[in-house]
Design a protein around this ligand. Structure first.
Ligand code: GLV
Ligand code: MN
Ligand code: MN
Length: 414
């Protein structure tokens, strides 16, 4: 049985974790930013150093192959894909996405170094904008469904920048990005390693989570529109204050979620008031919402309920409301055969494993719509993620990398 180089995996994770570090201690590698570009260049260099070849697709996903392994198989056959993302949320941690991206690289390096003859080619992938600054799970969504140019032109990031401008400044070609879709039969199967980002594995003392399915994810912006007026001279009962209405909407989010199911969650991570003066009653409040539920019916009900609540609140405060939601990413059951291969690999390596559902979104949920897909989770210390404290024990990192390699080989020789 081939082993990964756990020390090399650790060193790479530490080094990537130093790119885009902020004074707060968290990472800031927003997709297509200078920090993201530096991380991508670092990844590119690791591939080149190992003798691997990288291609960049139209939307900015990196696709890595081994010329040695490809020589020993039929490279035109559908490939086994493995990878994750290296962009981060603002003030994110060093493991979310980075682990799966570097571990996939480590697996391909080992296949390459061993000159392993496999029945299918293996590709290591780094998906662009997984964290959805422009659209949820953007890179994988683009290649599985395609974004027409008009949709790309409408996308904006959290800083108000247009995707097409930032992408072009980062060296992208919008004509090529539009309608970038994977040719049918590109992927045979896919497996992604990720940190759990929740408390279950650590609390139960389990080494490996075999992911059974991924939550549905919806989101967008609710804009409440009132009227700007003077903060000192306008009586409290004569206002159309979008800020106060936004506060009421935020306070009602736990009730909206609870009205759907115990597993429904809603988060508002960004609220901005316009025009934005301390002594001006806000004319508009832009409230982002990210909402999730494990089932297709649940996510649809959650979306409707949120829209209804926003309209009720707007009516109560005498305001107008605009809803601008992305099309939700549906829930993704993961492939049972891939789950069995992961489970068998964990058993063979003497690691404890448990089936687990993912409450975080992952590119694998888009890839699952075109090929049998699985995910491997390793414990997150304290269940923390999307924060600078995000951490995973190095033994768990090594376990995850090893089970990833065993699973990739199992899929490639199936
Ligand atoms: C990705 O981390 C997500 O779940 O939004
Ligand atoms: Mn992630
Ligand atoms: Mn994330």
């Amino acid at each position: 049985m081939t082993s990964i180089d756990a020390q090399r995996l650790k060193t790479d994770l530490i080094n990537l974790g130093n790119i885009g570090r902020r004074p707060s201690g968290g990472l800031g590698r927003t997709s297509f930013s200078a920090e993201d570009a530096a991380a991508r260049q670092w990844y590119f260099d690791r591939c080149a150093e190992a003798g691997l070849e990288v291609t960049v697709d139209g939307i900015g996903n990196l696709i890595v192959s081994s010329p040695v392994a490809d020589e020993l198989t039929d490279p035109t056959r559908p490939a086994v894909w493995s990878g994750s993302h290296i962009d981060t949320v603002p003030d994110g941690g060093a493991f979310d996405g980075a682990l799966g991206s570097i571990a996939a690289l480590e697996c391909l390096r080992r296949i390459h170094e061993e000159g392993m003859a496999l029945a299918r080619p293996v590709r290591c992938i780094v998906y662009a904008d997984e964290e959805g600054n422009y659209a949820h799970l953007f890179g994988s969504r683009a290649i599985t469904r395609g974004f027409p140019r008009s949709e790309l032109e409408a996308l904006t990031g959290r800083d108000g920048d247009r995707f097409v401008d930032t992408f072009t400044a980062a060296g992208g070609d919008v004509d090529r990005a539009a309608n970038t879709v994977l040719p049918e039969g590109t992927i045979d199967s896919s497996v992604e390693l990720h940190i759990e980002q929740g408390p279950t594995l650590e609390a139960r003392g389990i080494d490996i989570g075999v992911v059974t399915g991924i939550v549905a994810v919806g989101g967008g912006t609710i804009t409440l529109r009132g009227r700007s007026d003077h903060a000192g001279t306008t009586p409290m009962n004569a206002r159309k204050d979008a800020g106060v209405a936004a506060g009421a909407l935020l306070a009602s989010l736990p009730d909206v979620a609870a009205g759907i199911s115990e597993r429904a969650v809603i988060t508002s991570g960004i609220v901005t008031f316009a025009p934005g003066g301390a002594n001006v009653i806000p004319q508009a409040a832009h409230v982002t919402v990210d909402f999730r539920e494990p089932t297709a019916e649940g996510i649809a009900a959650l979306e409707s309920s949120l829209i209804a609540r926003a309209k009720e609140i707007a009516a109560e405060y005498g305001l107008d409301v605009d809803i601008d939601f992305e099309q939700s990413v549906p829930p993704a059951p993961l492939d049972e055969q891939v789950q069995s291969i992961i489970t068998a690999a964990a058993e063979e390596r003497g690691l404890s494993q448990v089936p687990i559902h993912s409450g975080a979104g992952h590119d694998s949920q888009n890839i699952a719509t075109v090929a049998p897909t699985g995910m491997i989770f390793v414990p997150s210390i304290g269940g923390r993620s999307h924060c600078p404290e995000e951490n995973t024990d190095w033994d768990d990192v090594a376990n995850g990398g090893q089970i990833l390699l065993d699973t990739i080989i199992g899929l490639a020789n199936r």
